[in-house]
Design a protein around this ligand. Structure first.
Ligand code: NAP
Length: 253
């Protein structure tokens, strides 16, 4: 392997991608695996984990899957301990698990606001804290949080999701400052609108309006997001921390 390739190789690293049975998380884990990392993922129930394990096996990836709800602190702690025992020390954490519960603010129920914050922001916080305990000891680590363009620009009907994703940017910058001294980088990737189950339900007129607002005139693909994450996870990104990489086709600069 030449020096350039070594700079992007994840050979021998263990990557934990949350909520990665399918969608963007699956694409991220697949890209990290292609770069040489061992893949660990979790999802919220056994059916999803089984679905993920089958998809990884079909892609020729020997992934380790765990049932773990990121809103359950004890479950996250137990999962991180199991990963350590069964797979190895976590080198790369990607906080990808996320949900939406859209609605206009005036009609939004408290529980829909809270659930989105609990999953997308608090869940990521707990995973970062548990992974950081290990990474600071080994004096090496890469943490990548999946935010969103709506956390940067706001979006009508998504006040809960935009708040959580904006919060994730603050979390990223703060954790970056706390962990830099131990050679742990923390960055965020902020996807624009990506072709996944999350966007499949958009009405045709809304989808057309989004595409119209994107200078590159297409929705993103999971691979677009995965490529940015694989770069941030690599040795070549070792001097980048506290940043938000927008992967949004130019829709918000
Ligand atoms: P997705 O297809 O819904 O995948 C998210 C995964 O996270 C699902 O497997 C989901 O399981 C899991 N999850 C949800 N709550 C969880 C919990 N409490 N504990 C563990 N896992 C949980 O979403 P996606 O479109 O691939 O999005 C992936 C990430 O990118 C999310 O953070 C999302 O906010 C972000 N993003 C997406 C877009 C887009 O256009 N799609 C744009 C910007 C940012 P369930 O199926 O049970 O919910």
């Amino acid at each position: 392997m030449n020096d350039f390739m070594k700079n992007f190789s994840l050979e021998g690293k263990v990557a934990f991608v949350t909520g990665a049975s399918y969608g963007i998380g699956f694409a991220i884990a697949t890209a990290l695996s292609a770069a040489g990392a061992k893949i660990v993922f979790n999802d919220i129930n056994q059916d999803l984990v089984n679905k993920g394990l089958a998809a990884y096996a079909e892609a020729g990836i020997n992934a380790h899957g765990y049932v773990c709800d990121v809103t359950d602190e004890e479950a996250v702690q137990a999962t991180v301990a199991k990963i350590r025992e069964e797979v190895g020390i976590i080198d790369i954490l990607v906080n990808n698990a996320g949900i939406t519960k859209d609605g206009l603010m005036l009609r939004m129920k408290d529980e829909d606001f809270d659930r989105v914050i609990q999953t997308n922001l608090r869940g990521a916080f707990v995973c970062v804290r548990e992974a950081a305990k290990i990474m600071t000891r080994q004096r090496h680590g890469r943490i990548i949080n999946i935010s969103s363009v709506v956390g940067q620009m706001g979006n009508a009907g998504q006040i809960n999701y935009a708040s959580a994703k904006a919060g994730l940017i603050g979390l990223t910058k703060s954790a970056a400052k706390e962990l830099a001294g131990r050679n742990v980088t923390v960055n965020a990737v902020a996807p624009g609108f990506v072709e996944t189950d999350m966007t499949a339900g958009l009405p045709d007129d809304v989808r057309a309006a989004y595409i119209d607002a994107i200078p590159l005139k297409r929705l993103g693909t999971p691979q677009d997001i995965a490529d940015a994450v694989a770069f941030l996870a690599s040795p070549g990104a070792g001097y980048i921390t506290g940043q938000v990489i927008a992967v949004n086709g130019g829709m918000y600069c």
